[in-house]
Design a protein around this ligand. Sequence first.
Ligand code: PSU
Ligand code: MN
Length: 304
Amino acid sequence: MKPYLTCAPEVAAALAERRPVVALESTIIAHGMPYPKNVETALCVEQIVRASGAVPATCAILGGQLKAGLSAAEIEDLGKTGPAVPKASRRDLPYLLSEGRSGATTVASTMIIAALAGIRLFATGGIGGVHRGAPATMDISADLQELAQTPVAVVCAGAKSILDLGLTLEYLETFGVPVLGYQTDEFPAFYTQKSGFALDYRLDSPEAVARLLRIKWALGLRGGAVVANPIPVERQLDPGLMESAIASALADAKKKRIAGKAITPFLLARIEQITGGKSLEANIELVCNNARLAAGIAQCLAAQ
Ligand code: PSU
Ligand code: MN
C-alpha cells in the first residue's frame, strides 16, 4: 500500500478485484451542508452508489492519513464537527499529514486521494471554478488545475452561478479538460438544468462516457474530465429565484469582506437561508443523481 493512504477494507477489496468504485468528497459534508442533513445525505449517497453496483469511497484526511472510504461513524463525526474541520485542498495536504491533523477534502484533494488509490470516478454536487470578479481577485479554485493534471473523472451538476461559468469553461478549455454534457447540450448551472453556455460535446449513455475516458487515458493525456449531469427537470429551482438569491448572497459576502476558501461555504449557507432551504433540497437531489451516474460509468469502465 502507499504510505499515508488508507483504503477502507471494502474499497481495497473492490480495487484489487477491479470492481467499480466511486470516490465521494467530504467538504460537501463538513462545509457544504448543515448537520444532520449532511450526514444523512452522505450516507444516502453511499447507499445509492451501492445500489447502482459500485463501492463508495468517501474521502477525507483523518489523523494525518489520507482515507479512501470512511466508516459510518467517521462520516457522522466529520458531519457533526462541521466547519471546525479544516477545508483541505491540494496545498493543505502536506501540513495536515505532517502534523497528524484531519481535513475535509475538496474536489481537488479528493481527486488526489482517488488517483493514489486507483479510483477513476468521483461524484459530487458542483466543482469549484473561476469566481465572479476573478480578473481582479484572482480567485480561481484549485479544482480546475487538479482536473488538468489528475486522472479522475468528476460527475457534477455543473457549477453554481456564484461562479463565472463562462470564465470557468474558458479555463477548462485552456488546460485541456474535456467537459462532457450528459444528455445535455448546455453546461448545467447546478440548481438549474441550463446556464446558457453551450457545450461542444454531448454523450447520452454511461458506456459512451466510459469509452471516451478510456481512450483519453490510453493516449496518455493527463488530467481528468468533467461529466456535467443536469439536475432532474422536476427538481430544478426557478432560474429567476436562484439568480436573485445568488446576487444577494454575493452582496452579503462583499459587505462582510469574506474571501479565500471561506467564500464558497459562506455563499452556500446564505443561499440556503434566502431560499428557505429549497437550495439544500435541490443540492441533495443532484448529488444523488450524480452518484447514480458515476456508478454506472464506473461499471462500464470496469467492464471494458
Ligand atoms: N461547490 C458546491 N458545493 C461545495 C463546493 C463547491 O456547490 O460544497 C466545495 C467543493 O468541495 C469544492 C470546493 O471542491 O467547494 C471549492 O472550493 P474553492 O473554491 O475554495 O476551491
Ligand atoms: Mn478560492
